[in-house]
Write a protein that binds this ligand. Structure first.
Ligand code: NDP
Length: 480
């Protein structure tokens, strides 16, 4: 069985403990590889290597850093199919989705930051004839990057690329549930000639490896994407050490559909925004609010289309949904369906495990699920489920739907469907979310700030925001 290795000081190495954990194939429920069960000793080795590499890496010209990272982009693109197949095998998502979204976007993230540094500028503030100030932006040192399992290489690259491009060295931990694409990336980093120690990947469990990164005194900045509770644990550890923190956390996103929308386009995109990646995207719209005049029409059309979505083998191009990521996650999602029923909800379609045959019979497949009849403030509508489950609710007025939409502790993203431009702007301004999509979903420009408000996070990723996070501004004032 394949044993993954840590990537420390430019080499693939076994964990200090010599122990490994099982890595499951969600499509079949079988163990298919072994992951290093690393601990604080491995994080120590990785941090030492990163500290040693930092002076030289941070002093390289931006052209040199850019060229090395662009080599990595070429290799990711060369291995696009291999990486997409590995991502699908590790995570359960359809291969077509990994080929269309995950891996191309991982390459795009590296390319964006490898070239972005060539166009960055800093500011100068003139004080007339008296003085001039200029601002330098300096890399900080060793960045700790911790990422989740839902879009494994894509979200990993979103942290690691700006950290490296801006001249920091990195100690990173991918989710232990989906480590394979990060492991394959470490092989490509060696091939691309990334200098030893600049980028280190330590595999293993969050409470061991993740917390060792968070606690390490020589890692002054942590970029984390994951659940809100884990984010709170990290913040508690990091705050007294005055670490810089970027936290991208959970969501419970509203999808607000007004009666005057382009119905067909809305329906097509709402199927995606509800169930793409088995509903395991932090941006999925899991609470669907529909203006009453079209509620019944929407319900009939939506339920019919959802019930026809094929759940199946991730390697089959016809599968709209593959497997969810793990058995415990499948059980968690199903427990929320039971909770919804207890809370008075009616399951209109789905709500159960999909039984497969042959090799796939122990895989973690869930039917896309639509629930109605729930209050906006019940647990099902307030807590993040992070699976193929949405609720639908009618509304009558803008004020009412804004109250529903803003009622959760989360504030990541929202979607509005309307052909009334004034209303679109008015509602967007009143939504408490970091991202608002109007008549679209997941349309991403890498230059834009990405992140949430309230308990969906602290700080922003994407664009130059990320380069700013991974650097410290220094103002220099010169008396003339
Ligand atoms: P978790 O919070 O469980 O884990 C995220 C990462 O943190 C994993 O690598 C995990 O390791 C690690 N970790 C766990 N415990 C600790 C700890 N004590 N200290 C440091 N690191 C730790 O999230 P999931 O992986 O379950 O991801 C799903 C969550 O991510 C959802 O809530 C989703 O909304 C959110 N998310 C947010 C996004 C955003 O941009 N706002 C984007 C995508 C997802 P291990 O895997 O070993 O537990």
């Amino acid at each position: 069985m394949q044993k993954l290795q840590n990537y420390i000081n430019g080499e693939l190495v076994a964990p200090a403990s010599g122990n490994y954990i099982d890595n499951y194939h969600p499509a079949t429920g079988k163990v298919y590889s072994l992951i290093p069960d690393s601990d604080a000793k491995d994080v120590e080795l990785a941090t030492d290597a990163a500290k040693k590499a930092f002076p030289e890496w941070s002093k390289k010209s931006i052209q040199e850093r850019s060229a090395i990272l662009l080599k990595l982009v070429d290799l990711i693109e060369r291995d696009m199919d291999k990486l997409a197949e590995a991502e699908s095998k590790d995570n359960g998502k359809p291969i077509w989705l990994a080929k269309a979204v995950d891996i191309p976007r991982a390459a795009a993230n590296f390319r964006f930051y490898a070239t972005g540094i060539l166009h960055e500028h800093t500011e100068a503030h003139s004080m007339g004839e008296e003085a001039i100030n200029y601002t330098l932006r300096e890399p900080i040192g060793v960045a700790g990057c911790i990422s989740p399992w839902n879009l494994p290489l894509y979200l990993f690259s979103w942290k690691v690329a700006p950290a490296l491009a801006s001249g920091n060295c990195v100690v990173a931990k991918p989710s232990e549930i989906t480590p394979m694409s990060a492991y394959l990336l470490s092989e490509l980093c060696i091939e691309a000639g990334i200098p030893a120690g600049v980028f280190n990947i330590v595999h293993g469990l969050g409470p061991k490896v993740g917390s060792a990164i968070t606690e390490h005194p020589d890692i002054p900045m942590i970029s984390f994407t994951g659940g809100t509770q884990t984010g709170a644990t990290i913040a508690r550890t990091a705050a007294p050490m005055f670490k810089k923190l970027s936290l991208e956390l959970g969501g419970k996103n509203p999808n607000i559909i007004f009666a005057d929308c382009d119905f067909d386009e809305m329906l097509k995109v709402t199927l995606r925004s509800s169930f793409a990646n088995q509903g395991q995207i932090c941006l999925c719209g899991s609470r669907i609010f529909v203006e009453r005049p079209i509620y019944e029409k929407f319900k009939t059309a939506f339920v019919e289309r959802v019930s026809q979505m094929k759940v199946g083998d991730p390697s089959d191009d016809k599968s709209k949904l593959g497997a969810v990521v793990s058995k415990p996650h499948m059980e968690k999602v199903l427990s929320y369906v039971e909770l919804a029923k207890e809370e008075g909800g009616t399951v209109l379609t789905g709500g159960h495990r999909v039984e497969m045959e042959g090799e796939l019979k122990d895989g973690y497949y869930l039917a896309p699920t639509v629930i109605e009849g729930l209050n906006y403030n019940c647990r099902t509508n307030q807590e993040e489920i992070f699976g193929p489950v949405v609720t639908i609710m009618p509304f009558d007025t803008e004020e009412e739907v804004l109250m529903y939409a803003n009622s959760t502790k989360y504030g990541l993203a929202s979607t509005i469907w309307t052909s009334n431009l004034k209303r679109a702007h008015r509602v967007a301004a009143k939504l408490h979310t970091g991202i608002v999509w109007i008549n679209c979903w997941l349309l991403r420009d890498l230059r834009t700030p990405f992140g949430g408000v309230k308990q969906s996070g602290v700080g922003r990723e994407g664009g130059f925001e990320a380069l700013q996070f991974f650097t410290e501004p220094k103002n220099v004032c010169i008396k003339l």
